[in-house]
Design a protein around this ligand. Structure first.
Ligand code: SF4
Length: 350
């Protein structure tokens, strides 16, 4: 199982694709850190916000949850360099991802954060100098920054840090319901170029990322989700007040961690009903939190997709044809030769 811990809804940025900053949590009402002891042992925990480094007790929270987690990664805009470095010195084996939405001008405009790029990159360079291994940056792509994706990837490659992508989504969590990709072709083209670059590397991790990015092209063009979503079954989200949700899109709380232990909430009838609802939600979200566990379960099938596409990635045109995605009877021969996804009905691999 994996988890997402939303430490606070306070944020120092004003991102164009997220309105969290308009609805900050009252620090006095944020979950008392003693309740984080109730979280279960997990394969992976993503600590996020808002801006998690605004949570005064962040270090204590990491100290509490770290023994239970195989891997922890904090998502931050990297603005508070000193705080990030202090925490990284204490926990050098955690992961840190710094959100950058483009090169300096684009980043600072899209994040509404003056000198945000400078701070973010300085933080990343300092972490790198410290010898931290699990570091990198992440970019949420929209119409406004699609052209910067390749440059950011090149920057990450030269710095020898990870580069993660996302595409704008709507969710209660972001207080945003009008995010949309209008320039489908331009955005798809940027991702196609990125996929080709990822395939050129010798890192299998990058090839699986190519598959994830392929799913983004599919998502942008209205295709059905390429893999099942097990949010609410394999993954949960705990918000700054302690409510346990299946994901950041379905606003259905299974219960509050202040009221009982995690197992009681997780195995309750209410939780079962919400899990069922999540399984049949009909949403086509394609966010790394919900996709990564499904990729891990189907590594072999996706490897076959990688081998089919590595030399010449060509599903792009198929993904751009919405009729192919919506109506299986209309599948055109080229797409049959290189199916856009892995059969969602196929059982998970051991
Ligand atoms: S597809 Fe459904 S369950 Fe999965 S993240 Fe989206 S809303 Fe949640």
């Amino acid at each position: 199982m994996e988890g997402i811990l939303v430490s606070t809804f306070r944020c120092n940025a004003k991102c164009h694709m997220c309105n969290v900053w308009m609805y900050p949590t009252d620090p006095k009402q944020e979950l008392d850190i003693k309740y984080y002891k109730r979280l279960p042992n997990l394969e992976f925990l993503n600590i996020t916000g808002g801006e998690p480094f605004l949570r005064e007790e962040l270090e204590e929270i990491v100290a509490i949850v770290k023994p239970k987690m195989k891997r922890i990664c904090i998502s931050t805009n990297g603005f508070y360099t000193d705080k990030v470095i202090k925490l990284a010195k204490r926990f050098p084996d955690i992961g840190i991802r710094i959100s950058l939405e483009g090169l300096p001008a684009a980043n600072d405009e899209l994040r509404g954060l003056k000198d945000g790029f400078d701070h973010g990159i300085r933080t990343l360079l300092q972490l790198k100098r410290m010898g931290m291994k699990d570091i990198g940056f992440g970019c949420t792509v929209s119409d406004r920054n699609a052209r910067d994706v390749l440059e950011l990837y090149e920057l990450a490659k030269h710095l020898k840090v990870e580069f993660a992508t996302a595409i704008v989504h709507n969710a209660y969590y972001f207080h945003k319901f009008d995010n949309a990709v209008e320039k489908k072709q331009e955005v798809s083209e940027s991702f196609r170029e990125l996929i080709q670059e990822l395939f050129k590397t010798r890192r299998p991790k990058n090839w699986y990322r190519a598959y994830f990015n392929h799913g983004i092209i599919n998502y942008v063009n209205g295709g059905a989700r390429l893999l099942p979503c097990e949010m609410g079954s394999d993954i949960f989200l705990v918000d700054p007040w302690g409510e346990i949700y299946p994901c950041n899109v379905l606003k259905e709380s299974m219960g509050n961690i202040k009221d009982s232990d995690f197992d009681t909430i997780w195995n309750s009838d209410k939780a079962k009903a919400i899990k069922e609802k999540a399984r049949n939600c009909g949403m086509n979200c394609w966010m790394i939190g919900s996709v990564s566990p499904e990729i891990k379960k189907r590594k072999l099938s996706i490897l076959k997709w990688i081998l089919r596409n590595k030399k010449s990635y060509s599903d792009y045109e198929c993904a751009l044809n919405p009729s192919v995605m919506h109506n299986p009877d209309l599948v055109i021969p080229e797409c049959m030769a290189t199916p856009p996804g892995v059969d969602p009905a196929a059982p998970a691999e051991k």
